[in-house]
Design a protein around this ligand. Sequence first.
Ligand SMILES: NC(=O)c1ccc[n+]([C@@H]2O[C@H](COP(=O)([O-])OP(=O)(O)OC[C@H]3O[C@@H](n4cnc5c(N)ncnc54)[C@H](OP(=O)(O)O)[C@@H]3O)[C@@H](O)[C@H]2O)c1
Length: 335
Amino acid sequence: MMSPDATPSPDLSLALADGTRVPAVGLGTWKIDRAETPELVHAAIACGYRHIDCACDYGNETEVGGGIHRALTEGLVRRDELWITSKLWNTYHHPDHVRAACERSLHDLGLDYLDLYLIHFPIPQAYIPIEERYPPGWFVDPDVPSPRMELAPVAVSETWGAMEALVEAGLVRQIGVSNFNVALIRDLLSHATINPAMLQVERHPYLAQAKLLRFCDEQGIGVTGFSPLGAPSYVPLGMATAADSAMTETVVQDAAHHLDVTPAQVLLRWAVQRGCAVIPKTRRVERLRENLALDDFALSEAQMNALDLLDRNHRFNDPGVFCETGFNTFCPIFE
Ligand SMILES: NC(=O)c1ccc[n+]([C@@H]2O[C@H](COP(=O)([O-])OP(=O)(O)OC[C@H]3O[C@@H](n4cnc5c(N)ncnc54)[C@H](OP(=O)(O)O)[C@@H]3O)[C@@H](O)[C@H]2O)c1
């Protein structure tokens, strides 16, 4: 097992269609408490992270920006060595609102450009002005009894045109999508002037998404796997149980034992070895190092294949389920 004092190398990277390289391991920031965020982001950069995954909806971009600012000020890293992703929230899909939403994320993060800006979900929702509520979340009005989502009729093509304008304006370097399926991406490619550089989707051994990866590879679209550890992120939300964790699978435990690494490292290495970036979230400094240290071991072809066989097409983060249970609104997107 890696010593907690070992300095991991951030050398693993993923090449995008235009040759830009994305650090293959990033820090996820969903559900990191705002109070803990600046220190954690600073610690992540100090121990070698060069990729941070953010979003308006996570409600902590100001605090992420605080950690980045401190690291930049201390000279730990240069801005051009960092890869910062943010995401357009559902309520800003109308082209009139895309630039203001991006500028708010830039302001909060304290940056003058993003490396990557993603459409967070293919779920356009009714506009909530930034000055009225930020981040707006899922409800159109959280203060009524039984609050609901309100969808809005905005075509992906309209939103994408405004995303392309952000690249032209120099606010973002690359644009992409999240939680999109093949059919939506195929449609997007039919009209895009700037192709999506990246797709971010849930991906772990229980949701291997082999056909989606193959399609993205054919189209020159990079893939980032979110929730790469599977169940643990969803246990506190009541959307999974500890028993759903792939880390307890015998093939994962055996590989971890054989390679003298942790089960989490096996899952993350499996993703990276299949050509994906991963953005594991942790609020624990010792796990920051563990999750980044994936470049000094490799899974054998037999171990890779054994992990592939764990696939059961199980999605923990499914709007078709959580929008109904959490937000009183039936909103399937993958069916
Ligand atoms: N685009 C989207 O719609 C979308 C959706 C979900 C997530 N994301 C992004 O993807 C990131 C990662 O996904 P996620 O946060 O859902 O899940 P994750 O990174 O797969 O898992 C996080 C959970 O695993 C635990 N953990 C972290 N490292 C561990 C280790 N080495 N050993 C054991 N447990 C470990 C964490 O606990 P501790 O914090 O206590 O360590 C936390 O409970 C998010 O933070 C977010 O940036 C995007």
